[in-house]
Every structure is written in structure tokens, then in C-alpha cells.
Design a protein around this ligand. Structure first.
Ligand SMILES: *[C@@H]1O[C@H](CO)[C@@H](O)[C@H](O)[C@H]1NC(C)=O
Ligand SMILES: *[C@@H]1O[C@H](CO)[C@@H](O)[C@H](O)[C@H]1NC(C)=O
Ligand SMILES: *[C@@H]1O[C@H](CO)[C@@H](O)[C@H](O)[C@H]1NC(C)=O
Ligand SMILES: *[C@@H]1O[C@H](CO)[C@@H](O)[C@H](O)[C@H]1NC(C)=O
Length: 528
């Protein structure tokens, strides 16, 4: 009886709450690597809200499963995929280069040298979306499915083209838009106090840092523009017709679900259709598997340290892993280290090497004292959520900049990958963060700031996805800025016009005065 009452009360609630959606139909164009981890989390949440989720993937996909209990997957056959250009060797080569490099060559290597690799990755993404669009049977199914929206991560351009082709409202799960941070693409972004990712700057910059920031800004913006023009524009021309500018299309999303918040990101201007969901993938810790729990408990009062270098960098150079293992072996703590590749020779008996670990649950465990991280967004946000201090070993991309935001708040110590194995740097950093209580207190303060929000980030994201379904878009929140060429956006044309008009008026006045002057002076001359 009571149960029945509960059920009917619940049903009543469902009917009364106008915001509860009929199950929607969502098409997802995913991105590989660590970006899939947080997209996957969002898809599970959408599924549990009663939405039908469909994804399209390559038959050579790395992490994305083609069978799942919470989404339908369509697979397209591809002859080549990312492993052609992105392999573990690439990353260890990169680290080797960094260890010998001077700052300028390191900068050039990152910005110019990596660009051809970057183009190659996007060419393969282009081949992926072309393969999808060429598959007529699949496209017919997708058209018949009557999707409400397309959800994608715009660090790859595939979803943008598919959404336009199917004429679907576009929702982004975003931090990066091809080469640039998402905000820089749509929101006003004064470079004087907004640090460009990769610059290692904060929001307080000296003149020298502002020059560096501007140079990097110009480089990344050109890279963004070039990838759009060289890689995606031909595909857009072929499948959508010649009337679309890809670099404009990519800015035309309804809602941008941004994977940061202002506890983490520096304050900056934003837009009405940008929704913040930083840390949406963090949840209270679930119980660990029994063997892992036993290992953690065996650490006693000393607690555990966990280390992970993310999905891409599973292998570090051997001499480096030996040094790290030797440092761990000297500690009284237990260590859980996510590491693939050869077992380091110097491994101590307090260190457990694993292929994979439930990182969020471990970070939320009361015995966890320290996180050794490479600075990927997912891991950094989990550390913030659980208030665990960090020793950072950034390698590339946004990793240094992510960790810098923790360091600025006194919650992390950063090491350079090229000197991590010198002078006991690694051991000293770990001991400092373990012994000095300020690191933990600062991270806990950071965590409280991050968690103190009117609506949980995941629920905020779900609300806005359903909002787009209910209203078939969010046109009233989209500014028209993306339609404007840069000279109109910055009103350069108007300023030039007004300057010309003022100049013209002055010229007229000057000519008039001159005429008047000569007219008045001439009789004088005659009189003389
Ligand atoms: C969910 O999506 C799949 C694939 O598009 C489709 O076959 C199926 O009918 C959909 N289910 C519902 C309940 O809409
Ligand atoms: C997917 O396929 C794999 C291998 O065939 C299987 O082990 C797994 O249980 C499947 N998962 C689901 C959700 O069906
Ligand atoms: C993917 O499709 C290509 C092209 O049809 C085929 O050669 C390849 O073996 C497939 N790969 C996998 C892992 O299924
Ligand atoms: C681990 O190694 C240390 C030092 O070599 C030794 O004292 C200790 O007994 C070892 N512990 C176990 C559980 O083997």
C-alpha cells in the first residue's frame, strides 16, 4: 500500500514537473582518448534519465566499445586510424626530445613541429566523417531516427559536419575547439589577462609574459584557422555544398557545456550559451574491489600515494621509471601506480603496479595522501573534488596549465619531466607535499569552493541538454558574433569609416579656410 502510494506520488511528480522530458533521442559523435572517458560518463547519465543514445564510431576505435548496455553503436569501416600517427613511441620520443631541449627549441617543437602531426590527426578524423557520410545505409538509418540533437566534443570537427548534414541542433561537451581553448573561440577574450594554454602564464602577467601570450595566441589561432580550411572545409564543401564556411559552422553550437568552472578557471568574460560543468564526472567514492581495499588498509597510518600518467602516456623512459620506483621504495607509504610496459628494476615491495585503477574511488578514499598526476583535466578535477594534494609531472598539451591552477592555490608542487630523475627531485617533492600540511588544507579549501554550487555540474549539464530538446535549440542565447568576419567583430571597418569621415570633414574645413583666406588676402595684396 505504502509502495503504491509512493509510486503514484512519484508519477504525479513526473506529471507535475513540466521540465521532465519525454525520453529524447541523442546522436553522439565521440572523440578518442581521455575525451571519451568524460563523454562516456555523460552518456551513462543521459541513458539513466531515459534518453536513447546512439553513437557512431570507427571499427578501429581504441577505447570506445561498439557494444554497450546504455547506447546503440553504429560502426564504420576504416582503412587507417589514429594509431598510424599517435603511438606510445611518439610520446616517449617527445619526452626524450624535451630532456635535451633548450626553452626556445622546446617551444618551436611544441608549436611548429607538432603541427604536422596535428594536421595528420585531423585528416584521419576527416576520413572518419567522410566514411560515415558515404555509408548510405547508415545515413538513411540516421535520418529516419529523428534525433533531437547531436552531442559532440569539438576538439574534432567531425560532429559539426554531421550535425549540419542531418540538420540537428548541436551541443558541445567542450574544453578545446581544435587547437584553442573553447572560450577563446566564442567569448570576448582580452589577451592581456587571459593566459593562453601552453604559455604557462597565470592571469597576472608581466609585459614580457603578455608579449609571449600574444605570440602564442596568434600561433594557435592560425593553427585553428588552417586546420579548418585545409582539413574540414573540403569535406564541408563536398557534403554540405559550397555555401558553408567550416570555421563559422563550428561556432554555431546551441549550448557549450564547458568542462571547467570558476573555482578552477581564472575569471573571464563568458557568453549566455556557455554552461559550466567542471568536475561533472566526479562522484563520491564507491567501495574499492576487495584486493585493492586490503592493499590500501595495509598502509596503516602512513596512507597511500597513487600515481597515473593518463591514457596516452602509459610508458615513460626506462631510466625515469627506475628513478621514480626507487624514490617510492624509500617511502613508508604504500603506492598504487598505473603503469604499463616493463616492471622497473628498482620497484619496492610497497608499490603495486596496476594496468588500470578506479581513480575516482581511490582519490576519495580517506587513506589517500597524495596524487602523482600528469595534469589531464579529468584527473586534476577529481583531485580537486576530493581535496587530495598533487605532485604534478606535466608533459604536454594543457597539462602544465591545469596543474598551475592547483599550484597557484597552494595545492600542488610541479616538477619538470626533464629533471624529474635528477638530484632526488621526485623524492623531495613527494616528501615536501606529504609533510607540509598546507598542501592538503589548500586542496580541501579548493574542494569546498568547487562543490559549493546551487546545482551539481552534472545536473546542470543534463538540464541544458534537455532544454535544447524541449525548445529545438537555444537560438535566443546565441550571439551573432560568429557570423562576423574579424574586421567587423572588432569594428575595424567602422573605425576606418568614421576616421575617413572625420578626415573628410577636416579636409573640407581646411579647403574652405584656405579659400576664405585666399579670398580675404588677395584684395589685401592688391591694396599693397
Ligand atoms: C534508439 O535509437 C536506435 C538507433 O537510432 C533506434 O534503432 C531505436 O529505435 C531507438 N529507440 C527508441 C525507443 O527511440
Ligand atoms: C561486449 O562484448 C564483449 C566481447 O564480446 C563482452 O565481453 C561484453 O560483455 C559485451 N558487453 C555488453 C555490454 O554487451
Ligand atoms: C576495419 O575495417 C577495415 C576496412 O574494411 C578492415 O581492413 C579492418 O580489418 C577492420 N579492422 C577491425 C579491427 O575490424
Ligand atoms: C619490504 O622490504 C623491506 C626493506 O627491504 C623489508 O624490511 C620488509 O620486511 C619488506 N616487507 C615485506 C612485506 O616483504
Amino acid at each position: 500500500m505504502k509502495l503504491l502510494f509512493c509510486c503514484s506520488a512519484f508519477l504525479l511528480l513526473l506529471f507535475l514537473d513540466p521540465r521532465v522530458c519525454q525520453g529524447g533521442n541523442i546522436l553522439v559523435m565521440p572523440t578518442e582518448g581521455s575525451h571519451w572517458i568524460n563523454m562516456d560518463f555523460l552518456l551513462q547519465a543521459l541513458h539513466s534519465r531515459g534518453h536513447n543514445v546512439t553513437i557512431v564510431l570507427s571499427n578501429k576505435s581504441w577505447y570506445i566499445k561498439d557494444n554497450s548496455s546504455y547506447y546503440t553503436a553504429y560502426t564504420v569501416q576504416m582503412d587507417r586510424y589514429l594509431d598510424k600517427v599517435l603511438n606510445t613511441k611518439l610520446f616517449s620520443d617527445y619526452i626524450e626530445f624535451e630532456r635535451g631541449a633548450l626553452p626556445l627549441s622546446s617551444f618551436l617543437h611544441m608549436t611548429v613541429g607538432m603541427f604536422s602531426l596535428f594536421i595528420d590527426v585531423h585528416r584521419i578524423v576527416g576520413e572518419f566523417v567522410s566514411a560515415v557520410l558515404d555509408e548510405q545505409e547508415l545515413m538513411r538509418k540516421l535520418k529516419d531516427s529523428k534525433f533531437d540533437l547531436l552531442l559532440t566534443d569539438p576538439c574534432w570537427g567531425a560532429g559539426v559536419i554531421l550535425a549540419k548534414y542531418l540538420n540537428l541542433p548541436l551541443v558541445y561537451n567542450v574544453r578545446w575547439l581544435i587547437a584553442t581553448e573553447g572560450h577563446l573561440a566564442i567569448a570576448p577574450s582580452p589577451i592581456s589577462y587571459i593566459p593562453i594554454t601552453g604559455s604557462g602564464n597565470t592571469d597576472k602577467m608581466s609585459f614580457h609574459q603578455r608579449v609571449q601570450n600574444m605570440v602564442l595566441h596568434l600561433i594557435t589561432q592560425s593553427q585553428n584557422y588552417l586546420v579548418g580550411k585545409l582539413v574540414y572545409q573540403p569535406i564541408s564543401d563536398k557534403y554540405l555544398g559550397p555555401n558553408y564556411d567550416f570555421n563559422e559552422l563550428i561556432l554555431d553550437a546551441e549550448i557549450w557545456l564547458m568542462r571547467v568552472d570558476f573555482a578552477f578557471e581564472y575569471p573571464r568574460p563568458t557568453m549566455p550559451n556557455v554552461v559550466y560543468m567542471g568536475g561533472f564526472q566526479c562522484t563520491p567514492a564507491k567501495p574499492l574491489p576487495q584486493d585493492l581495499e586490503d592493499f590500501v588498509q595495509s598502509s596503516g597510518e602512513h596512507g597511500v600515494i597513487i600515481m597515473s600518467m593518463g591514457t596516452f602516456v602509459s610508458e615513460l623512459p626506462a631510466d625515469m621509471t627506475n628513478e621514480i620506483a626507487a624514490a617510492f621504495a624509500k617511502l613508508p607509504q604504500k603506492v598504487i601506480w598505473r603503469h604499463k610496459g616493463n616492471r622497473p628494476a628498482t620497484l619496492g615491495n610497497n608499490t603495486l603496479i596496476v594496468d588500470w585503477m578506479p581513480q575516482n574511488d581511490l582519490l576519495g578514499h580517506p587513506k589517500t595522501k597524495l596524487f602523482v598526476a600528469h595534469g589531464g583535466t579529468n584527473g586534476v578535477q577529481e583531485a580537486v573534488y576530493h581535496g587530495v594534494p598533487v605532485v604534478g609531472l606535466p608533459i604536454f598539451f594543457d597539462q602544465y596549465d591545469n596543474l598551475l591552477r592547483l599550484k597557484e592555490r597552494g595545492g600542488a608542487k610541479l616538477l619538470e619531466i626533464k629533471t624529474v630523475d635528477k638530484d632526488n627531485n621526485f623524492l623531495n617533492a613527494i616528501q615536501e607535499v606529504l609533510i607540509d600540511p598546507s598542501y592538503r588544507l589548500n586542496m580541501q579549501r579548493f574542494s569546498r569552493l568547487h562543490r559549493d554550487q546551487p546545482i551539481e555540474p552534472l545536473n546542470n549539464a543534463l538540464f541544458w541538454i534537455e532544454f535544447v530538446m524541449r525548445h529545438k535549440g537555444a537560438a535566443h542565447l546565441k550571439s551573432q558574433s560568429y557570423r562576423l568576419p574579424w574586421y567587423s567583430y572588432y569594428s575595424v571597418d567602422v573605425v576606418l569609416f568614421l576616421a575617413a569621415a572625420v578626415l573628410f570633414v577636416f579636409l573640407i574645413i581646411f579647403i574652405l579656410v584656405r579659400c576664405l583666406y585666399t579670398a580675404m588676402c588677395k584684395p589685401k595684396l592688391k591694396r599693397d
